[in-house]
Design a protein around this ligand. Sequence first.
Ligand code: EPZ
Length: 419
Amino acid sequence: MASFIIKGGLPLSGELRIHGAKNAALPILAASILASGEQEISDVPKLLDIRVMIEILNHLGVKVTHKDHTVSLQTSTLSSTRIPEPLMGKMRSSIFLMGPLLAKYGEVTISRPGGCAIGERPIDIHLDGLKKLGADIIESHGTISCRARQLTGAQIFLRFPSVGATENLMMAASLAKGTTTISNAAREPEIVDLQDYLNVMGARVRGAGTDQIIIEGVEHLTPVSYKIIPDRIIAGTLLIATAITRGEVALTNVRAEHLQALLTNLQTSGIEIRTYNDIMTLKVSRGLRSIDLIETDPHPGFPTDLQALMMAYLSTVEGTSVVKEKVFEGRFRHVDELNRMGTNISTDLNRAYIRGVSRLSGAMVEATDLRAGAALVIAGLKAEGETIVENIHHIDRGYEKLEGMLQALGADIRRSDES
Ligand code: EPZ
């Protein structure tokens, strides 16, 4: 298995451009099949999850190429609505194909989706919403078959503001007959990006970014070219990496409005952040302080995807901070690994108590999921000595060459492909 080898102690410095958002590109690539013809989606990062989505689209008969961060698709050759088990198992986001296939072709067959190890990943909110739009859904032995001659608009209330379910239902409703309202919708910026893409194709969607999204179904959507928004979690990762190493960095292609909860917490802790257009600079002033309580919440609350990274940073700040994980159960798997590097973190249920320590020590640790792995990498940037992070395929799912980004900012990190 590949690993990262990190020599800690170097403050990050320099400038880096943030690449397009994985979690915007995945639903948008799925939505492309709502229109038949040539399409170009640009600023799409070269990541494992993107490769899997492209593999699934290829399997459905769509011709797809991914060159220099632009994905070109010919969706008129789609010839299947069945996603085989091995491809479904590779990535949870394959579920994004349900809405578009049902809306455009009236049928889809999938198996229970896979995903990373951050707790139970049910899809009941997706299925309930699709049923409300008129889909007949039959599940047997893990295979889910859906049929709908014509989806019809409906009032849908999400019992939890699920990001994926909001996106899936927006895509399904875009070609339904009549108007759909999704209440208690998720409000993430990636959902706004999907709305903008659908509307450029001729859909009539409004309200994304709020908890109520209204979709007036249309007959037909047109193939277009579109550019993905920057990845706020990558930007957040590099901001926290700069904070933990007490560095000074400028990031470009960043939207401050997508990161308010992180920026507020970093500033509360004593970090200086300035933004000008799409440029963001971060500098560590003296006397960093702990944070009484950070709770993860659906956007615009503190993003669950940055919880592990924030914990690593707070471990190096004097005082006791508390982090409460409210979105996923089981998203504390990085705690044991961080404690092996000298942090002092204890947990009960979904709360973590982080007592600042004066130094971290390099160790051999294991990435258990995408963001937990990133947290171990940034802890390694701070730790004295050498840190080896194993199972970095988890990290490659969400970061296009994380080691390259950090090397560009002066870190001593390299990838070892020893199997
Ligand atoms: C999206 O996952 C992101 N993935 C996740 O990022 C992110 O952590 C998550 O939203 C929360 O922000 C993509 O966008 C591809 P959810 P998603 O549906 O859509 C429960 C990363 O790091 N739930 O909002 O799967 C679910 O179990 C990934 O890039 C149901 O109970 O998240 C969870 O507890 C990790 N039933 C909560 O809702 C459902 O039908 C939030 O899940 C759907 C979800």
